[in-house]
Design a protein around this ligand. Structure first.
Ligand SMILES: *Cc1c(COP(=O)(O)O)cnc(C)c1O
Length: 345
C-alpha cells in the first residue's frame, strides 16, 4: 500500500439499510446517492442496495439517474430532483426517471417534451415549504396543480408525488414546513391528483419524527453511517460508519511519523492540531497536514508500513472530525479525492 485508501464495508452498509428501513417502516426508504453516493462509489453502493431490496433511489441530476438506471435495469423507481433544460427531460423520459419539478415554467417544458415524444413523464411536484431554494410557492400551488391536472388528462404527465425539503435544524421550523406540506398535499388530492409518493424528510427527521415519514423518506447520511453533527450518536441510531480512510506510515524520525495522506487527498488541513489518527497502539495527535503527507506524533512501536486509520469505523468518525471544524460528516466524506482508491469488502 503506497497511499491512502478508502475502505468501504458493504456488509455494514447493508446492516445500516436494514436499520433505517426497520425504523421508518411502513414508509419506504429512498436511498439518496448524490455526490457519488456520498463519496463511497455509486456502482457498488447501488448494486448492494438493490440486492438488499431497495427499489427507490434519489439523485440530484438526471445523468446520475441514468447511470443508476443502467445499473438496476427496468425495475425500481429513480427520482432526480434537480434537473434543468429540455435535453435532460428527454434523457429522463428515455431512462424512466421521475422528475422533481419546482416551478411552473419547467412543468410546461416537461409536458411539452413528453407530448412531442408521445410519452408520459412521471413528476413529483415540489412545494416550497420555507427553504426558498426551489419549489412552487404556496400562493401559486392551487393554479399549478390545476394545470398539472390538465396535463394529466392530456396524457403528457402523471403527477406521482408531492415533495419538499426541510432544514432539520429546529423542530418548530420543521413543524411549520410540515403544515404547509400537508396543505399542499390536500389541495393536490382535492384537485384530482392521486399521489403514490409523498416525501418530506431526510435522515434526521425520518429517524426522530414519525409524522414526517409519509410514503417515503429520502435518506443518505444514516445509510452510510454518518450521524448528524451535534445530533444523536451512532449507537442510538443503530448504524455504523461504512467507510474507513487509511494511510500507510512512510517515514519515522525522533518526533513524528509521516503518513501518505494530505489535503490533496481531501483531508482538510485545518484539522491539524485538532484531530488524532488511530493505530492499533492508540490515538496519535496530528501535527501538520501537508499536500500529500501528514505528520503525527511518533509512538513507541511505530514502523514504516504500518497502516493508520484517519477516520472511520475505528477511531474518529467523519462527523467527529467535522465537528472540530464546524462542518458536517458528509462534507468530510465527499471531500475524499476521487484519486483515492475505493476498496470494497
Ligand atoms: C441530500 C438530500 C437528502 C438526504 O439527506 P441526508 O441528511 O443525507 O439523509 C434528501 N433530500 C434532498 C433533497 C437532499 O438534497
Amino acid at each position: 500500500m503506497s497511499g491512502a485508501e478508502l475502505r468501504v464495508d458493504l456488509d455494514a452498509f447493508a446492516a445500516n439499510l436494514e436499520a433505517v428501513r426497520a425504523r421508518v417502516a411502513p414508509a419506504r426508504v429512498m436511498l439518496v446517492v448524490k455526490d457519488d453516493a456520498y463519496g463511497q462509489g455509486l456502482e457498488p453502493i447501488i448494486l448492494r442496495a438493490r440486492e438488499e431490496g431497495i427499489d427507490l433511489f434519489g439523485t440530484f441530476d438526471v445523468d446520475t439517474g441514468c447511470a443508476v438506471r443502467r445499473l438496476i435495469g427496468a425495475e425500481g423507481t429513480i427520482f432526480a430532483w434537480l434537473t434543468v433544460g429540455e435535453s435532460e427531460i428527454a434523457d429522463a423520459l428515455a431512462h424512466e426517471i421521475d422528475l422533481g419539478v419546482g416551478d411552473r415554467g419547467y412543468l410546461r417544458s416537461v409536458a411539452g417534451v413528453a407530448a412531442r415524444s408521445g410519452s408520459t413523464a412521471r413528476v413529483h411536484l415540489k412545494i416550497d415549504t420555507g427553504l426558498h431554494r426551489n419549489g412552487i410557492r404556496p400562493e401559486e400551488w392551487q393554479e399549478v396543480v390545476a394545470e398539472a391536472h390538465r396535463f394529466e388528462t392530456e396524457g403528457s404527465i402523471r403527477i406521482v408525488g408531492v415533495w419538499s425539503h426541510i432544514a432539520e435544524a429546529s423542530d418548530a421550523d420543521d413543524d411549520d414546513a410540515r403544515s404547509v406540506f400537508d396543505d399542499a398535499v390536500g389541495a393536490a388530492e382535492s384537485a384530482g391528483l392521486s399521489l403514490e409518493l409523498r416525501h418530506l424528510a431526510a435522515s434526521a427527521a425520518s429517524f426522530a419524527r414519525p409524522e414526517f415519514r409519509y410514503d417515503a423518506v429520502r435518506v443518505g447520511a444514516f445509510c452510510y453511517g454518518v450521524r448528524s453533527a451535534g445530533g444523536v450518536g451512532e449507537e442510538e441510531l443503530g448504524v455504523q460508519a461504512i467507510a474507513e480512510l487509511v494511510a500507510p506510515v512512510s517515514e519515522i524520525d525522533e518526533v513524528s511519523a509521516t503518513l501518505q495522506v494530505g489535503w490533496l487527498d481531501g483531508l482538510p488541513s485545518t484539522l491539524a492540531g485538532r484531530m488524532r489518527v488511530h493505530s492499533p497502539e492508540g490515538a496519535h495527535a496530528v501535527q501538520e497536514i501537508g499536500a500529500s503527507q501528514t505528520r503525527v506524533e511518533r509512538w513507541p512501536g511505530a514502523a514504516v508500513g504500518d497502516v493508520v486509520t484517519v477516520f472511520g469505523q475505528s477511531g474518529a468518525s467523519a462527523t467527529d472530525l467535522a465537528e472540530m471544524i464546524d462542518t458536517v460528516g458528509e462534507e468530510i466524506l465527499t471531500r475524499v479525492s476521487p484519486h483515492v482508491p475505493r476498496v470494497y469488502r
